[in-house]
Design a protein around this ligand. Structure first.
Ligand SMILES: [Zn+2]
Length: 387
């Protein structure tokens, strides 16, 4: 593959302009005034260079993106939204390989290079969603990691546990969970089951936790204990974790300490008016924070663009971040934080890292988040996709 030299950009975190030499899908050298006469030259002078954006929590299989507008009729409660989704998905042709592909192409154009998506697994859908996502992902230069997601419960929905296992056997990278108390009514059995699957198949775990208050806090403790006991640190993520945003300072501090010690990451969408985990406090304690859209244009809600810089802006806004240093934490969630939650290796802007990059016309991280400008260049595995 021909080498590419990105000339004059400002790699995020470096503090000074530097050229980036890319060859065979990897960043080979980073430094001022690099000499590479055989390389294709791309001038990115004065622009901010970021590692590829990481969408750490979405639901590709549910999307209606790319099709005609569908009037929304989602219910007001979690149970209502689950019911609405179940009742209408067949009529609307969900999952659709074409719509998933269209959304992935849009994400890629926005500079997203890695996606973790929760794919519905239930006795009615079987593994249809897994197959549809796999097919679409094969058509777009974005790395997609799937979570086998029991959207309609595990213990309360016989046959689901077996299908989760089948999905893992077929190569799905992570197993999901859903409100072990609020939906499945038996947190100990629910967590034993999904942690057991993660351990047996060497899979990641990513648990949707909407349960709030002290119930949610207790489930967070159970998840932390199991992660520690089974040595699964770095492979466990709790998505949403609304409870965290509702607890007093002392309980937040104790949980943060536990997550950091056990290696439990958090993923947040900062959507609607749902509680957002205290990002600054969690980061100060060393907890990994990732970010994602959750639903994008689906039966759960009409919003979502696929742009992770815009999503980082929502996270910063909902967190009442005003200083550049604070806003930068939101960009970190949409890049390095997501990469750590997904277990990516070779991610970043150093020599030897994979050449997954996005370039934006911004002076720094805070401007990139607040203005989320159009992307100047997107590179995936060393190939320029958008320039
Ligand atoms: Zn979700």
């Amino acid at each position: 593959m021909t080498a590419t030299l990105l000339r004059g950009g400002r790699p995020w975190g470096l503090g000074a302009p530097a050229d980036i030499l890319v060859e065979d899908g990897l960043i080979r050298r980073v430094g001022p005034a690099l000499d590479a006469p055989a390389a294709r030259l791309v001038d990115v002078s004065g622009r901010l260079v970021l590692p590829g954006l990481v969408e750490a929590h979405c639901h590709l299989d549910k999307t209606l993106y790319g099709g005609p507008w569908v009037p929304h009729s989602a219910g007001d409660s979690l149970a209502g939204r689950i019911g609405n989704d179940l009742a209408r998905r067949a009529e609307l042709g969900v999952p659709s390989v074409e719509r998933i592909e269209a959304l992935l192409r849009r994400m890629s154009a926005f500079g997203t290079t890695h996606v973790r998506t929760h794919t519905d697994i239930d006795p009615e859908a079987g593994l249809r969603g897994v197959e549809a996502v796999r097919e679409a992902a094969g058509r777009v230069p974005v790395t997609v990691q799937q979570v086998a997601f029991p959207q309609h419960g595990v213990l309360t929905n016989p046959g689901t546990a077996e299908l989760l296992e089948e999905a893992l056997k077929s190569g799905v990278e992570a197993v999901g969970g859903l409100d072990p108390a609020g939906v499945d009514r038996d947190p100990v059995r629910h967590l034993d089951l999904i942690f057991g699957l993660a351990e047996r198949y060497g899979a990641h775990l990513d648990i949707h936790l909407h349960d709030g208050g002290t119930l949610g806090a207790w489930e967070l403790e159970l998840i932390t204990e199991r992660t520690k006991a089974l040595g699964l640190g770095g492979r466990v993520t709790v998505s949403h974790a609304y409870a965290l945003g509702q607890l007093d300072d002392a309980r937040q501090d104790r949980l943060a300490e536990g997550f950091a010690a056990a290696g439990v990451a958090l993923a947040t969408g900062a959507v609607y008016d749902f509680p957002v985990p205290p990002v600054k406090k969690m980061r100060a304690a060393g907890v990994v924070i990732a970010c994602g859209h959750d639903g994008i244009r689906d039966l759960w809600g009409p919003y979502g663009s696929g742009d992770m810089l815009e999503r980082a802006m929502h996270l910063a806004y909902r967190s009442t971040f005003r200083t550049d240093a604070d806003i930068e934490l939101a960009l970190e969630a949409a890049t390095y934080g997501g990469a750590r939650a997904l277990g990516l290796t070779g991610y970043g802007l150093s020599a030897g890292d994979r050449a997954d990059l996005v370039v934006v016309p911004a002076a720094g991280a805070a401007e990139a988040v607040v203005t989320h400008p159009s992307r100047s260049l997107v590179m995936k595995d060393g190939s320029v996709l958008h320039n």
